[in-house]
Each structure stands twice: as structure tokens, then as C-alpha cells.
Design a protein around this ligand. Structure first.
Ligand code: NAD
Ligand code: UDP
Length: 307
């Protein structure tokens, strides 16, 4: 049985990935529990193939047993959390990714980097193809995250060219589902929590900015497929259905039967005005496309938050 190491494995996406991998891998989950929680992997703690290591990937990591696959997901992902300590976020992306590349090199492991649609910044091309080089503000408040992720991609490709490390790079677009933290600050979790509590739904700006929302099980399927095929990437993974933030708010109010009202708050600096993935490469190389309709995924997520 092969061994997979998942950094950020106690987070939202990482914990679902651990669930998928445990079926046919030994899984080592590495997490500093900054935004993640042991609750997300509690059900795995007694599994004989599962191990949780509390560790910050900013520090080097030595593992005795042979590792075959590394999924590098460790990084706070919501603006509230990645801006909380911007310098740590850059370190997680740059030093953390270097440490994991060093580990991959030592073990001869294949390493997958969880990059992001944020590398496209406020895109001037729509929808975004992997060839688009982005429109990012390198000195803005999102730069610790988006420039950090861009540098992580650079490191992946330089370790590949210079040291022959076997890499895979995915660019994840907005993903939602059960196990998002209620205080995460991302739009889907905020709106669902507000709708269920009957609080005002906080729309930043006029709500005309768009995002495309992928359900977590679809995304995890894409991540695992990416690891087990030959194209190194980068490959966009996301849902192509695009909604304005105002449309999302209206959907969540309707689906949860809430009486909440919409209120407008200031738009954060550098907030991208639109975002939708071109997933031609994912279809071609992975045979992958999302299958969960947004209404269906939101319903499941609302039920989970209620519980
Ligand atoms: P999350 O915050 O739930 O998970 C991140 C995990 O990484 C947490 O468990 C956190 O404790 C851990 N972590 C953070 N810094 C660490 C460090 N220095 N060392 C060890 N562990 C650390 O967020 P998520 O949505 O699950 O995101 C996972 C990955 O996917 C991130 O790299 C994120 O950038 C990427 N991503 C997510 C989305 C999305 O919509 N969910 C979109 C694009 C990219
Ligand atoms: N947003 C909002 N209200 C909230 C949280 C977010 O209107 O309570 C907006 C945010 O300004 C952005 C979009 O929703 O335009 C998506 O935000 P999120 O932080 O989820 O993801 P990202 O901006 O990183 O794509």
C-alpha cells in the first residue's frame, strides 16, 4: 500500500482528501491546526492507516517511512485568515512549499501543489485559461496569498526542471461544502451562517462581482485524478457555473427558507470583479468535470451547517 502525505489535512479540503485517500493509502496528515481542526479528522484518528502530525510546514519535516505522494494544501485560504499574519502566509507558501519539495526530492515522491484561481488576480481574460498570466497587485493586501501561491508554482516548476522532482499543479477555484469553518469568512459559509441565524446577509460592494462555486466532492475527485495521470499542469479545477455574489445570497436565502435581509458593506481592496474557470485541460487530461449542481451542493451544505 502506498503512503500519501497531506499537508493542511485537518482543514476543509484536506480532511475530505484524507477521507478519499484512506480507502487505498496509508495517510499522514500534517497540519499546524491554524485554521484546521482535529474535529475534521476525528473519525480517522483510530484508523490503522492514518497518522496525524501537528507540524508547521514553515519548518523542515523529516519522515522515516517511505512517502509516495505529497498533496501540499497547507495554507490559510480565506482572506480574513491569510491576512491575519501576512508574513506567515508568505512563509507557508514559499518556505513551506520548498520544505515539501525537499521532502519529495528525498523520498522520490510525486508532489501536488494546491494553487489557486487567485494567481489570475482581477482577470482581464474571461473565463480564465491556464495560459493567462494574471493581473495581480504585488503590493496589495491579497499579495501574501496570490503572489505567495505564484511563487509556490515557480518553485514547483524549478524543482522539476533543476532536480527532476515529479510535480503536479492544480489551480483551485472557489470550493464549498461541509466542514467549512463557520468563522472562515468566505462567502458561502458567511451567507449560510447568516441565513440560518436570521442575521443580515453581508454583501461586500454592490454584489455584481462573480464567482464560480465547486462542490467539495467534485473537487476532491479532480485532485486525486490529477495526481494519477501524466500531465504536470497547471490545470484549473472548478465549476463553470458563474453567479454574482447577489445571486448567491438570493439562492441561499431561498434554499434555507430564511427571512434574512441583504445589507451592503465596503468592498475589500483588490477584490476580483469576475472569475470563472476554463476547464478544457481538466476534461482532456483528467476526464474530469464537476457533476454537482450549485443548488444541490448548497442544499447539502445548508443541512450540514444546520446540524
Ligand atoms: P483551510 O483553511 O480549511 O485549510 C488549510 C489547512 O492548512 C488548515 O488545516 C490549516 O490549519 C493548515 N495550515 C495553514 N498553514 C499551515 C502551516 N504553515 N503548516 C501546516 N499547516 C498549515 O482551507 P481550504 O479551503 O481547505 O484550503 C486548502 C488549500 O486549498 C489551501 O492551500 C488553499 O490555498 C487551496 N485553495 C482552496 C480553495 C477553496 O475554495 N477552498 C480555493 C483555491 C485554493
Ligand atoms: N463576500 C461578500 N460577503 C461576505 C464574504 C465575501 O460579499 O460575507 C464577497 C467577497 O468580497 C468576494 C466574494 O464574496 O467578492 C468571494 O469571497 P471569498 O472570500 O469567499 O473568496 P475569494 O474572494 O477569495 O474568491
Amino acid at each position: 500500500m502506498k503512503t500519501a502525505l497531506v499537508t493542511g489535512g485537518a482543514g476543509f479540503l484536506g480532511s475530505h482528501l484524507c477521507d478519499a485517500l484512506i480507502k487505498d493509502h496509508r495517510v499522514i496528515c500534517v497540519d499546524n491546526l491554524f485554521t484546521g481542526s482535529t474535529k475534521n479528522v476525528e473519525h480517522l484518528l483510530k484508523h490503522p492507516q492514518f497518522k496525524l502530525i501537528k507540524h508547521d510546514i514553515i519548518q523542515p519535516l523529516a519522515i522515516d517511512e517511505k512517502i509516495d505522494f505529497i498533496y501540499n494544501l497547507a495554507c490559510p485560504a480565506s482572506p480574513v485568515h491569510y491576512q491575519f499574519n501576512a508574513i506567515r502566509t508568505i512563509k507557508a507558501n514559499v518556505l513551506g512549499t520548498m520544505n515539501m519539495l525537499g521532502l519529495a526530492k528525498k523520498h522520490g515522491a510525486r508532489i501536488l501543489q494546491a494553487s489557486t484561481s487567485e494567481v489570475y488576480g482581477d482577470p482581464l481574460e474571461h473565463p480564465q485559461k491556464e495560459t493567462y498570466r494574471g493581473n495581480v497587485n504585488p503590493i496589495g493586501i491579497r499579495a501574501c496569498y496570490d503572489e505567495g501561491k505564484r511563487c509556490a508554482e515557480t518553485l514547483m516548476f524549478d524543482y522539476h526542471r533543476q532536480n527532476g522532482v515529479d510535480i503536479r499543479v492544480i489551480r483551485i477555484f472557489n470550493t464549498y461544502g461541509p466542514r467549512m469553518a463557520a468563522n472562515d469568512g468566505r462567502v458561502v459559509s458567511n451567507f449560510i451562517v447568516q441565513a440560518l441565524k436570521g442575521e443580515d446577509i453581508t454583501i461586500y460592494g454592490d454584489g455584481t462581482q462573480t464567482r464560480s462555486f465547486c462542490y467539495v466532492s467534485d473537487l476532491i475527485d479532480g485532485i486525486v485524478k490529477m495526481m494519477h495521470q501524466g500531465y504536470i499542469g497547471p490545470v484549473n479545477l472548478g465549476n463553470q457555473e458563474e453567479y454574482t455574489v447577489l445571486e448567491l445570497a438570493q439562492k441561499i436565502i431561498a434554499l434555507s427558507g430564511s427571512k434574512s435581509k441583504v445589507v451592503h458593506k465596503p468592498l475589500p481592496l483588490d477584490d476580483p470583479t469576475k472569475r470563472r474557470p476554463d476547464i478544457t485541460l481538466a476534461k482532456k487530461h483528467l476526464g474530469w468535470k464537476p457533476t454537482t449542481q450549485v443548488d444541490e451542493g448548497l442544499k447539502k451544505t445548508i443541512v450540514w451547517f444546520k446540524e
